[in-house]
Write a protein that binds this ligand. Sequence first.
Ligand SMILES: [Zn+2]
Length: 191
Amino acid sequence: MTYDEIIELFSKLGVLRSGHFLLTSGLHSNKYLQCAQLFQHPEATSKICRQLAEQLAGLDIQTVIGPATGAIILSYEMGRQLGTRSIFAEREGGKMTLRRGFHVKPGERMLVVEDVVTTGGSVKEVISVVKELGGEVAAVAALVDRSGGKVDFGVPTHYLLKLQVDSYSPEKCPLCKKGLQITKPGSRKLT
Ligand SMILES: [Zn+2]
C-alpha cells in the first residue's frame, strides 16, 4: 500500500478525520485520529499490520508488547503477522506493569508497539518495564507518528505513517476564526 492508499483507507474507516475538534486537553485541532475505528475491522487491521510487519523482517522478534488498551489489538495482530507471542502492559496504581501472568524472559527480543505516538510516554514506560525484566527492546513500531519526528526511543523505530496534526489554543484557533463548528470526538483517548 502506498502512503495515499493508507490515508484513503484511514479516512474511509473514520480512523483519520479532518475538521475542527475539541481535544480533551482543551486544545483545538484540525485532525482527529481514532485507531479503534480501524481495529473494529479485523480484515483491514490485518492488512495494515502486514504493511508494518514487512518493515520488521530480520529483527528476530520473539514477543510483541504494547500498552493497554489502545495497543492490545495491535500487539495481537502484529504478533500474528510476525509469528510471535503477543502480550500487553497496563497501568496498576498509575504504574505501567505486566499483569495476568505475563512475563518477559531475560534476553527476550521484544517489539514494542503503539497505535499513535504523540509524546511517546506510554511506549517509554513499556520499554522500562521490558528492560527491568531483562528483556531486550529490538524495535518500536507504531501506526502513526504525530510527534513531528520529535520522539526518540533510543531503538530503531518504524512508523506506517507520519502525520502533521496541528493543534491550537482556543484563542488562536484559525478554525474558530473561520466560524467552523467544533466537534468533541467520542473517546477520551486522543493519542
Ligand atoms: Zn477552534
